[in-house]
Design a protein around this ligand. Sequence first.
Ligand SMILES: [Zn+2]
Ligand SMILES: [Zn+2]
Ligand SMILES: [Zn+2]
Length: 286
Amino acid sequence: MRRPDPTASLAHIKHQKSNIKHQTSKIKHPLEIILTGTGTSQGVPVIGCDCEVCTSTDERDKRLRTAALIRFGDKRIAIDCGPDFRQQMLRSRTCTLDAILFTHEHNDHIIGLDDVRPFNFQAWTDMPAYCTARVQQSLLRRFDYIFTTQGRYPGAPMVRLHTISKGQPFEVAGLKVQPVEALHGRMPVLGFRIGDFAYLTDIRTIASEEMEKLRGVRHLVLSALHQREHHSHLNLQQALNLIAQLAPEQAYLTHISHRMGRHDEVQRELPENVTLGYDGLRIDCS
Ligand SMILES: [Zn+2]
Ligand SMILES: [Zn+2]
Ligand SMILES: [Zn+2]
């Protein structure tokens, strides 16, 4: 078994060309996105809550923790792997996985990493994981048994870390990915643009130069927590304002709290080009 060396890939990444432009990305296969989870960190329903959303019988009001799956030909790329990762891979019938992109290190976006093992055992190779140096520090601390080189437990997950940063487009499984930085309160997080699709979750503000990277997106996934003000998340109105600025063909809201309201009621109030996301929603980017 290869020993994972979390830093082995740094040189490789540094040598990748920095002039990859989203406008020129040549996507041979249509890109398909599945919103495998659309709930905020506690998920919906919330344990012990008897509000009208948590007791709703509408399947769209049942939200696993926020994550997405990119399908591209026979390639599969996960964005984040939170506590519901296993269930999300089963539900979406994902039998192979080529990489994971991490937005940031909050628990609801990383803690399912142990469940990459079935993919490891099947392909007998490390799972490539793309994240910033800061996110890596968190993964190394919290999953020391994955990254240790001494006394490694046979059967522990095999993960290879690739360092990414906001200024450095990269390529994964044949797809050109443009990282887009935004602020989650004071914490910088990464979103990703692939062709004319972009995914941004857990954001509150975004600098104008990063907004520029999103110009011309046709399909935008954006987080919107609930209706009220929050220190580290866009609320519904703020998300709608940002969508109005970017004017995508269609925007999809994710990372939704039970306080947002019931899916059918909230959806009715939204502009035509905005969909309140729900688990299993499929976005066809062809
Ligand atoms: Zn989150
Ligand atoms: Zn509730
Ligand atoms: Zn977060």
